[in-house]
Design a protein around this ligand. Structure first.
Ligand SMILES: Cc1cc2nc3c(=O)[nH]c(=O)nc-3n(C[C@H](O)[C@H](O)[C@H](O)COP(=O)(O)OP(=O)(O)OC[C@H]3O[C@@H](n4cnc5c(N)ncnc54)[C@H](O)[C@@H]3O)c2cc1C
Length: 326
């Protein structure tokens, strides 16, 4: 049952910030994750602050430098439908298209997608796990087939967002407003690994609001893609996913940014893959080395060893698909 809470609908950003600063409260974007968490007792709050009536937080527009601004309240569907995003930021369009279901994409917002809570069944269930303030991670010795193979330290969740790895690879920045100041946080630095704090998902303070996400203009020769593998064809989170943003100079990879989903508690930068392909053409031998590099250092748990060959196959497929054809 949904617990009792007050819902506030501020009509200015300043009012929304003041409501958050006034005491314990949670931000409501589209509510598709927040309300599920409240319903399931993952956490409680006396107050929910809806951003639905705050002007200026939605919509997609060009920036002066040729990049793109995506308002925090822009829905995932609006991102899928944007020709500009499809044409110039393919990884984001492809990631948004495989988020959840059409209904959830119509309601869920881009900022909510970045800030959603983990999907671990112990965290979401009746277990007082470490992330909820308890003593231990139950997944470590329990049912861990959907958990991480990298970056597990005290807590073994995987980050659930498809858009986060794509945005991180594209070099996107979150603009964040707080009660007294504003700041910029690269999406790559938004999420907190459990080694730093297993009870926190993002670097945001409870009274800070993401107002927009800004994408730099793609450099000439850039190609990008996102693909995830999931157990079911719809309504399912990534078992393994890869966001690639590669700048080609002719056939050679001049710059590479590669992030994995379904791999780690945060969008996981695959620096080994980046090193394996930068300065090289994507021939079969280079791709084979990149696939090996993708899983170097992986530490599978008892039930998720299948993710190692899955990531190798995914990296191989995606690099083959993105390489220029003579
Ligand atoms: C059945 C199901 C399947 C799903 N499958 C996928 C999937 O395959 N891939 C995927 O990526 N996601 C998936 N999701 C998650 C879904 O995409 C998210 O629920 C949605 O994107 C969250 O958006 P929202 O606006 O509804 O967030 P909300 O529920 O409103 O908020 C989520 C969190 O973000 C915070 N928040 C919201 N807006 C802001 C802001 N502007 N600034 C700071 N904090 C903010 C909230 O306080 C809350 O903690 C699934 C969800 C469900 C229920």
């Amino acid at each position: 049952m949904l617990p009792t809470f007050s819902i506030l609908r501020p009509t200015t950003l300043d009012d929304a910030l003041a409501r958050l600063a006034a005491g314990e409260a949670r931000i409501h974007g589209g509510g598709t994750d927040l309300l599920g968490c409240l319903h399931d007792g993952v956490f409680a709050t006396p107050t929910v602050v809806s951003l639905g009536q705050v002007p200026g937080l939605a919509g997609i527009s060009a920036t002066a430098d040729g990049g793109l601004r995506i308002g925090a309240m822009t829905t995932i569907s609006e991102i899928v439908e944007s020709d500009d995003i499809t044409d110039r930021y393919g990884a984001l369009a492809q990631a948004a298209a495989v988020v959840a279901s059409p209904q959830l994409r119509n309601q869920g917002t881009i900022a909510g997608n970045l800030c959603q809570k983990p999907r671990c069944w112990y965290y979401r269930g009746d277990f007082n796990c470490l992330r909820k303030g308890g003593e231990k991670c139950f997944a470590y010795e329990g049912e861990n087939q959907y958990h991480c193979i990298f970056g597990g330290d005290l807590c073994y969740i995987v980050h659930p967002s498809d858009t986060a790895p794509a945005l991180a690879a594209l070099g996107a920045i979150c603009r964040v407003s707080g009660p007294n100041s504003s700041r910029s946080v690269p999406v790559e630095a938004l999420h907190v690994p459990p080694s730093e704090d297993p009870r926190r998902e993002t670097v945001l303070e409870p009274d800070e609001i993401i107002t927009e996400i800004v994408l730099p203009p793609p450099a000439a020769g850039t190609r990008s893609s996102y693909r995830k593998v999931r157990a079911r064809a719809s309504w399912d989170f990534a078992l393994a996913g890869v966001a690639l943003v590669l700048r080609f100079d002719g056939d050679v990879v001049a710059d590479a940014s590669v992030f994995l989903s379904g791999a780690a508690p945060i969008p996981w930068r695959a620096t080994g893959v980046e090193r394996a392909i930068t300065g090289k053409g994507l021939d079969d031998a280079t791709i084979a080395k990149a696939a090996e590099a993708a899983v170097a250092g992986a530490e599978p748990l008892a039930n998720n060893g299948y993710k190692v060959p899955l990531f190798q196959g995914l990296i191989t497929d995606q690099l083959e698909a993105i390489r220029p054809r003579g």
